[in-house]
Design a protein around this ligand. Structure first.
Ligand SMILES: [Zn+2]
Length: 426
């Protein structure tokens, strides 16, 4: 039997351990916001990985956005040294999960196993991936104890809210410096036979139209900010949305619909604030003098962020020039540049060979419509050799009855184990 066969068998033999580990992780509810139980899950991972001879460090992102004494942003980095010098392969998983929402038929933090699946919030995004990477690393160390280099496993906070108290903080502190880490795999749920090379860019802004308050029975004495915002939306419908639909990318984004530029109107608020549910009176008659809209623009690697911004500003300036009384403010909320790792990067090749061996066919290469922590590893850490690869179906993320398939996790762990063997030998 070859060493690779022994390794995949060793991972298969740890199937029950993989299930229990995933259930344990789901049962620690790490909802974000507000960012609960980060310390608890880091302590759990600390105990687990210390037993496997990893050297662990718990790092609190003190002073980062979101960090407070009530909800401290804890992270863990665990490192297992090999028998001789070599590269370091780092698996990074976020430990936070999004809110539960409605419509569940299973206990969201129960980790129920049914029909070969584990259910729970975070099962696919991404505690299943974290568990698979731990099993892969432990089985690899047991099978190939004389490997070169090092393996790191991190559990990081706040990916769902931008990653500032997690990967961004660690990258700023040098944890993703290319001199100490050479290959990064993020086990996000991109499906077991697909390699995610990167993501589209993001530009969020808040647009505010300005009017003048007056009595609602005499709207001509005021200036309605909501009508001005209506003109903004109309201009978007007439000009911007059709223009965005024409911009196509060569990035292999999935789903296919995201292979063009997109714009979402995230929220719109105008006029008097909504009253509390127990308020039984009528609203007062006023002309709204402010209307605010948050837009979420996703752009392609072929687009320049300056142009993305200018399109919106020009649309607003055209209205200011042509529409009586139109005035506005605009404020940028968030920006992330697109990121894409080259297909011939070493970590891509190693995982692709693992996929080919486990599934007997070539891996698919994809790009994510939304961003994930790769942005911080790329921009702050300046580490380009980074991909997302992990079990779970992306479409299930953040939905009710989220689950991860047990067989998918085992096979993904085998791909990760083979990639370790490919990169670190032994
Ligand atoms: Zn995720």
């Amino acid at each position: 039997m070859t060493i690779k066969d022994r390794l995949t068998r060793e991972i298969e033999a740890r199937r029950d351990d993989l299930v229990t580990l995933t259930q344990d992780l789901i049962r620690i509810p790490t909802r974000n916001p507000p960012g609960e139980n980060y310390r608890e899950i880091c302590d759990y991972l600390d105990r687990r990985l210390s037993r496997a001879d990893f050297h662990t460090e718990l790092i609190r992102a003190e002073g980062a956005i979101g960090d407070s004494d009530r909800h401290p942003r804890w992270n863990i980095v665990a490192r297992r040294e090999g028998a001789r010098p070599g590269a370091c392969v780092h698996f990074n998983s976020h430990i936070d999960v999004v809110e539960v929402g409605h419509g569940w038929t299973t206990e969201p933090f129960g980790g129920e196993v049914r029909d070969g699946r584990i259910y729970g919030r975070g099962a696919c995004d991404m505690k299943g991936g974290l568990a698979a990477s731990i099993i892969a690393a432990e089985a690899f160390v047991a099978t190939c104890p004389d490997f070169a280099g090092a393996i790191e496993i991190s559990g990081t906070a706040d990916e769902e809210s931008g990653g500032f108290g997690g990967v961004a903080y660690l990258a700023e502190k040098g944890w993703f410096n290319p001199e100490r880490v050479q290959h990064v795999i993020i086990p996000e749920p991109l499906n077991k036979d697909r390699i995610c090379l990167g993501h589209r860019g993001v530009w969020w802004a808040e647009i505010e139209t300005l009017g003048e308050i007056a009595h609602g029975s005499m709207p001509f004495l005021g200036d309605c900010a909501v009508r001005h915002m209506g003109a903004v939306i109309d201009a978007m419908e007439q000009n911007l949305f059709p223009a965005l639909a024409q911009k196509r990318t060569n990035m292999p984004v999935v789903p296919e619909g995201a292979r063009q530029s997109t714009l979402n109107i995230n929220s719109i608020h105008g006029g008097a604030p909504e009253q509390a549910a127990d308020y039984t009176g009528l609203p007062s008659p006023c002309v709204p003098d402010r209307c605010r809209m948050v837009i979420d623009r996703r752009f392609l690697i072929e687009e320049d962020i300056g142009v993305v911004e200018a399109e919106i500003r020009e649309l607003l300036e055209t209205l200011r020039a042509g529409r009586p009384g139109f005035d506005y403010d605009i404020r940028e909320l968030h920006r992330v540049l697109p990121s894409m790792t080259e297909k011939d990067a070493p970590v891509v090749g190693a995982v692709a060979r693992g996929v080919a061996q486990v599934f007997g066919r070539e891996a698919d290469y994809v790009v994510s419509p939304g961003t994930y922590d790769q942005k911080h590893i790329d921009r702050i850490g300046r580490l380009k050799n980074c991909i997302a690869y992990g079990p779970g179906i992306l479409d299930l993320a953040h939905k009710p009855d989220e689950y991860v398939g047990i067989e998918d996790m085992v096979q993904s762990a085998q791909v990760m184990g083979l990639a370790l063997h490919d990169l670190l030998g032994g």
